[in-house]
Design a protein around this ligand. Structure first.
Ligand code: PLP
Length: 452
């Protein structure tokens, strides 16, 4: 007789889920997904659930895209993974060529296996770059207030989300935090084109103070994801880029969330017309088909590491699965789809539709404020409709909303009490409308319960 399977019990016996207080699962167990297609997850009890946050922002083209599945199958006929040092392979070469053409000025790609590790690579590269050029005194890294760059220790040190870094505060590296940032609700804000000089001057003062020792500035261009989908002015980036260029400080764009058309253009830096020195990519790179990240660099950086072996200048960072062939095959196909299906233009054209869905949710519940967004990202903060103020933190309004939405058929994991829509970029209009309906109902249930 076949063993009866209760996957949830077996899961809870052995699986420790990421970014989760596991005790929450006593009352709200993980949902068992048996398959997924396009913008939908299918649960084992027959529910169809919209993947409203693209599985942590990576399933840019939805689940099981047939062309990507075919590309992986084709690659499997040859090999799935080989040591990435001392060998080469067609998928990696083709992918690197394509990535270098994303923006002018890039001609080398260094691969790793997650967003966090790409940030580690970029940080180590920036420090070693200065150590090996004529500026060894440049040993400090800076980043933006409210930034998020991943979970490894250097990445956590560059981030500014206490929620994730607090337990490790004693061992994190000192980094300079720049801000406050000129936040806005959309590109239509007058601040988008030009921020007041006095706002920039505060940041510039911090930069000037640290200039002699500053090696690099890390930033999530245009949208800070984990801090709550905070959109800021492209003019801020232009000024940051201008300052960095004049002061021999490297600019490192963390495009891990924003890359590959999430905000419209292929890279969010393009909104500001800036070209950073280093770009970190992941998530949409393989369209969420595998663990892959890439660090694009300009030649001047590569050149600082290129010398005879005894100089010890090589960049000796390694990760076993760097440049995995199946991921590379998926990424090449994803890049073709972004281009052939005009995903970037489509996102720009449909930006209003997603934002409209969030606005509708806000209007029908009066329980949202600070509606904001760009591209295929729309976010807002939950408030008590009676007072217009947030609920107390320990009421966990966002978590309650997430549970209600899931029961209603949408996976909308919140960021604290910030809710956001970030479905696959090719989601059908009907899916967006459905998402708004489910969110409104879930929000109504949430505020009713919390206000009673
Ligand atoms: C901007 C940014 N940087 C870095 C990371 C870390 O990526 P990973 O979770 O793949 O390590 C994330 C993840 O959400 C991110 O949004």
């Amino acid at each position: 007789m076949r063993k009866k399977t209760n996957w949830i019990d077996r899961d809870l016996a052995h699986v420790w889920h990421p970014c989760t207080q596991m005790k929450d699962h006593e009352n709200f167990p993980p949902i068992e997904i048996s398959s997924a297609k396009g913008s939908y997850l299918h649960s084992s009890n027959g529910a169809q659930i919209i993947d409203g946050i693209s599985s942590w922002w990576c399933k840019s083209l939805g689940h099981r895209h047939p062309a990507i599945a075919r590309a992986i199958k084709r690659q499997m006929k040859f090999f799935e993974h080989i040591i990435p040092a001392g060998t080469t392979q067609r998928p990696l070469v083709e992918l690197s060529e394509r990535l270098c053409s994303l923006m002018p000025g890039f001609d080398k790609v260094f691969y790793s296996d997650s967003g966090s590790s790409a940030v580690e690579v970029a940080a180590k590269m920036s420090l070693q770059f200065h150590a090996q050029t004529s500026t060894p005194e440049k040993k400090l890294l800076a980043s933006l207030q409210n930034g998020y760059h991943g979970e490894t220790t250097l990445a956590l040190s560059l981030g500014d989300c206490e929620l994730y870094s607090r337990p490790f505060s004693k061992i994190l590296h000192r980094t300079i935090k720049l801000g406050p940032l000129p936040y806005l609700d959309s590109k239509a804000s007058p601040l988008w084109e030009k921020i007041p000089d006095e706002d920039w001057l505060k940041v510039e003062r911090t930069l000037d103070t640290n200039k002699p020792r500053l090696a690099a500035i890390f930033f999530e261009p245009i949208v800070q994801g984990a801090a709550g989908m905070l959109v800021y002015s492209m003019n801020f980036l232009q000024r940051l880029s201008e300052w960095a260029g004049k002061n021999n400080v490297l600019l490192v764009a963390d495009e891990i969330m924003t890359g590959f058309h999430r905000t419209g253009p292929a890279l969010a830096c393009m909104h500001a017309g800036i070209v950073p020195d280093i770009v970190c990519l992941s998530k949409g790179l393989s369209a969420g088909w595998g663990a892959m990240s890439a660090v694009l660099v300009k030649r001047k950086i590569f050149n600082a590491f290129y010398d005879d072996h005894p100089t010890g200048k090589a960049f000796l960072h390694s990760s076993t699965y760097a440049g995995n062939a199946l991921c590379a095959a998926a990424a090449i196909e994803a890049l073709k789809i972004y281009e052939e299906e005009r995903i970037g233009e489509m996102v720009s054209e449909r930006e209003c539709e997603l934002r409209g869905a969030m606005e509708k949710t806000g209007r029908s519940t009066a329980a949202l404020r600070n509606i904001r967004g760009i591209g295929f990202i729309a976010a807002a903060d939950i408030v008590n409709p009676k007072t217009g103020s947030p609920f107390p933190k320990d009421a966990r309004a966002g978590f309650m909303f997430y549970q209600n939405a899931l029961r209603g058929g949408a996976f909308l994991r919140s960021l604290g009490d910030t809710i956001y829509f970030m479905p696959p970029l090719n989601s059908a209009p009907a899916t967006i409308r459905k998402l708004a309906k489910i969110a409104a109902k879930a929000l109504e249930e949430t505020v009713r319960k919390l206000s009673s």
